[in-house]
Design a binder for this molecule. Structure first.
Ligand code: GUN
Length: 166
């Protein structure tokens, strides 16, 4: 799709290890010292970070988790479905989009420590969103799920985990 290539070029998006394309757009100058962050973080982190994120219907964002809450903001394109497995084993599904009558919302915040994956269900399309994280994102906090390990933790969701891991 031309629109996808145009967005990738316009915003200089790069492939993300979870799938999709991203570009960091904001990283606060200030940082929070490790001593006040607690055990979840192994060092200091910026106050906050933000990215553009583009997901296409021929791919998916694979199950991953970070320690902090991640707020998603819908910008353009087709709705993005986010699948969340909470640490207590609860599963929730959220659709980011602008069709409010159908229950979609322009924002959703994935709680920290949850495993989550995302997809664009509409064929031949894409969703373009922003994701902000505070304390700021660091790949040291990013864990991509290993299929068998996640399935053995949450056997009820084996099919979902199989679909959204590589
Ligand atoms: N920076 C690099 N990858 C990510 C990500 O997945 N989320 C956020 N918020 N920032 C990032």
């Amino acid at each position: 799709m031309d629109e996808i290539e145009t967005l990738i070029n316009r915003f200089d998006l790069q492939e993300h290890p979870e799938g999709g394309y991203f570009k960091e757009t904001y990283r606060s100058e200030g940082s929070i010292p490790a001593s006040v962050l607690g055990d979840a973080f192994k060092g200091s982190r910026n106050y906050s970070t933000g990215i553009y994120f583009l997901l296409t219907s021929d791919s998916f964002s694979a199950f991953h988790r970070i320690q902090q809450d991640e707020m998603w903001h819908f910008y353009q394109g087709a709705p993005i479905t986010i699948h969340v497995i909470h640490p207590d084993g609860k599963y929730t599904k959220h659709v980011l989009g602008l069709n409010f009558e159908e229950g979609e919302a322009p924002q959703f915040t994935v709680p920290g420590k949850c495993w989550f994956a995302a997809e664009v269900e509409k064929k031949d399309s894409y969703g373009f969103v922003g994701c902000t994280v505070s304390p700021g994102f660091d790949f040291k906090d990013f864990e991509l799920a290993e299929r068998d390990t996640l399935s053995s933790l949450f056997p009820r969701y084996e099919a979902l985990i199989e679909k959204f891991t590589r």
